[in-house]
Structure formats: structure tokens, C-alpha cells
Design a protein around this ligand. Structure first.
Ligand code: GRF
Length: 208
């Protein structure tokens, strides 16, 4: 039986593209639906291009965020998703949604969490003057970018800080790390230790 993935986007969708290119249709993993918070998101076109079902869940179309998230959750359940992937989904999801899909939502964030949570993480890191930057894939809890870490990858920053170059480097890492995390979860290689719920065990052949 396929491992069914629903992806949520808000914009460009380059992470979605990486998932479609390297995970979708392989090793029993299928992206079955792509939802967006914005009609203009290019991610929608990318999904439609490969025949994946799409829908828009804009907050403005609902009385409040919880109503939007309930409709989004029903749509994801209709698609029988095993995992919800936030790939550049630029909105905070409400508590009932997080609890409904507890332990089954992952997010990619362009910093080494817990540093620089929230928006504009790359700008925050450059303003701070860090020498090492990176990417985090983590489970989503009810806080902002605060759930247990699944994978992280760091890289050193050159002294001359060109934000476009740093963004490009971040994207290269994201486009490897997020698909890898999905493959590992689909393979049953990722688990949270019930006695230490911050600790995510990843059986990826390396001792972690
Ligand atoms: C990524 O940098 C991700 O870390 C952040 O939003 C960006 C989305 O990029 N949360 P894209 O839409 O996948 O191209």
C-alpha cells in the first residue's frame, strides 16, 4: 500500500518540486494532493503539471482560521494522507489541526532551529552575523517552528554575505533534506521516543 503524502505550499514551490522529482512515485511514496493558502502559488501549477490533485484554502474564504483549517483537514483526510508536509506553507496552523494530524506533520525551516524561528530566518541569521547557517526538518507542534527535530544540516557562511547566494545554498540543502526526511518517515525509520518526546530517532544507517 502506498505511503500517501499531502503537501501544503504558499508560493514558489521549489521544495514541492524536489519532492515530486525525487520522492513521488518511488518506493511506494505518492504525493496525493497539494493544498495552497494562496491562489497565485506557483506550487499549484507544479502539482497540476504532474496530475496531482490541488485545492486552495485561503483564510479570506472562511469565517476564521479554525474553519479554514477544519476544511483543509477534511480535504487531507479525504485523500487519506499518512503525512502532511509543509513546504513553504507560510501560515500557522491552528491547534485542532495540529492535534488532528499529531505526529504526522513535518516542516522545513531555513535555519538551524531553535535559532531564528519564524519568518525571514535567513535575514535574521545574516543580521545576527552567524558563521554557520543551515536547514532543519522538524515535526510540527503547536508552537512556531518548535517541534522535535528530525534532520538538520549546517554549512559555513563566507565572510562576504550575499543574501541571494545564501538563499541558493539554503535551497540546495532543503531540496535534499526534506525529500530525505519524507523517505525515512515512509520507510518507518523515524520515531519519537515516548520517554523523551523531544528526541527523534532516525534509523538511516548512521548511528544517531
Ligand atoms: C523555504 O526556504 C522554506 O524553508 C521556507 O519557505 C521557503 C519556501 O520555498 N519555509 P519554496 O516555496 O519551496 O520554493
Amino acid at each position: 500500500m502506498a505511503f500517501r503524502v499531502g503537501v501544503l505550499v504558499s508560493g514558489e514551490g521549489s521544495n514541492l518540486q524536489a519532492i515530486l522529482d525525487s520522492v513521488h512515485g518511488r518506493d511506494g511514496v505518492e504525493v496525493v494532493c497539494v493544498g495552497s493558502s494562496r491562489t497565485e502559488a506557483r506550487g499549484l501549477e507544479r502539482a497540476e503539471g504532474v496530475g496531482v490533485d490541488t485545492a486552495v484554502f485561503a483564510k479570506a474564504d472562511y469565517p476564521d482560521r479554525e474553519a479554514r483549517d477544519a476544511a483543509l483537514g477534511n480535504w487531507l483526510d479525504d485523500h487519506h494522507v499518512d503525512l502532511v508536509v509543509l513546504a513553504g506553507f507560510m501560515e500557522v496552523l491552528s491547534g485542532p489541526f495540529i492535534r488532528r494530524f499529531e505526529g504526522r506533520i513535518v516542516n522545513v525551516h531555513p535555519s538551524l532551529l531553535p535559532a531564528f524561528a519564524g519568518i525571514n530566518a535567513i535575514e535574521q541569521a545574516l543580521e545576527y552575523g552567524v558563521r554557520v547557517a543551515g536547514v532543519t526538518v522538524h515535526f510540527v507542534d503547536e508552537g512556531v517552528d518548535s517541534g522535535p527535530v528530525i534532520l538538520q544540516e549546517a554549512f559555513e557562511l563566507p565572510y562576504a554575505r550575499d543574501i541571494a547566494a545564501v538563499e541558493q545554498r539554503v535551497h540546495e540543502v532543503e531540496h535534499r533534506l526534506l525529500p530525505r526526511a519524507i523517505q525515512l518517515i515512509a520507510a518507518g525509520a523515524v520515531s519519537i521516543d515516548p520517554d523523551q518526546p523531544r528526541l527523534v530517532r532516525v534509523d538511516d544507517g548512521r548511528s544517531r
